[in-house]
Design a protein around this ligand. Structure first.
Ligand code: DX5
Ligand code: ZN
Length: 216
């Protein structure tokens, strides 16, 4: 089953509750982007906002860490009710295996993320241990960027390696995803679609999620 994860970064922060209702009713996951101003040149939101969403969330929270030293915050994200926690390979490097084990030790589902300029092969050593791989289709740091077409080949490369090793892992795609590129992403092998501006900047977010679902 393909899951749709609206990115709350694109929600109207003055009416966050209304955006949460849309996710609860029509989508599968809350995608929460955590940026530290160091790993990426932007700062998003922190625990007060995550906790506010957690207090109304009926769907699991999929937290995407764009921070240095992700290991420092694993426990706190577990404590606020995170189900899926991903971190960037570029941030953890050789420590990635340990971060994955730490995430799992707190009962969360671990995911590893790579930016568009990181060769997919770099994360092959971790495929056994993660539950999902997040392939960025824009450079992490900002919502509303243009989807990069190189993503399709990267998904195919990953899918081929997973199939070769007989591993069933989710492939999540994040950045510039919309109802128009969703079918080709699924065709390439993606199983989780993150969409921020396509959903929340549309006239009717519920209808946009529905149309995305209809096409995949
Ligand atoms: C970018 C974030 C994305 C972003 C997606 O660094 O990881 O999740 O919010 O937003 P759109 O769908 O607008 O590209
Ligand atoms: Zn994200």
């Amino acid at each position: 089953m393909v899951r749709i994860a609206p990115s709350m970064l694109a929600a109207d922060f003055l009416h966050l509750g209304e955006s949460a209702v849309i996710v609860n009713r029509y989508a599968d996951l809350f995608h929460l982007d955590i940026m530290d101003g160091t790993f990426v040149p932007n700062i998003s939101f922190g625990f007060p906002v995550v906790e506010a969403i957690a207090s109304v969330a009926e769907k699991p929270m999929d937290v995407h860490l764009m921070i240095v030293h992700p290991e420092k915050y694993v426990e706190r994200f577990a404590r606020v009710g995170t189900s899926m926690l991903s971190f960037h390979y570029e941030a953890a490097g050789e420590q990635s295996g340990e971060v994955i084990r730490l995430i799992r030790s707190f009962g969360m589902s671990p995911g590893i993320v790579i930016n568009p300029d990181c060769p997919v092969e770099k994360i092959f050593p971790y495929l056994e241990d993660v539950d999902y791989v997040l392939i960025m289709s824009v450079f992490a740091g900002f919502g509303g960027q243009k989807f990069m077409d190189t993503t399709y080949d990267r998904i195919r490369t990953l899918k081929k390696e997973l199939d070769r090793r007989g591993l069933r892992r989710d492939i999540e795609v994040d950045g510039g995803v919309s109802p128009s590129n969703a079918p080709a992403l699924i065709e390439a092998g993606a199983t989780m679609l993150v969409a921020g501006s396509a959903v929340f900047n549309s006239e009717d977010p519920a209808a946009t999620i529905a149309s995305m679902r209809q096409r995949i």
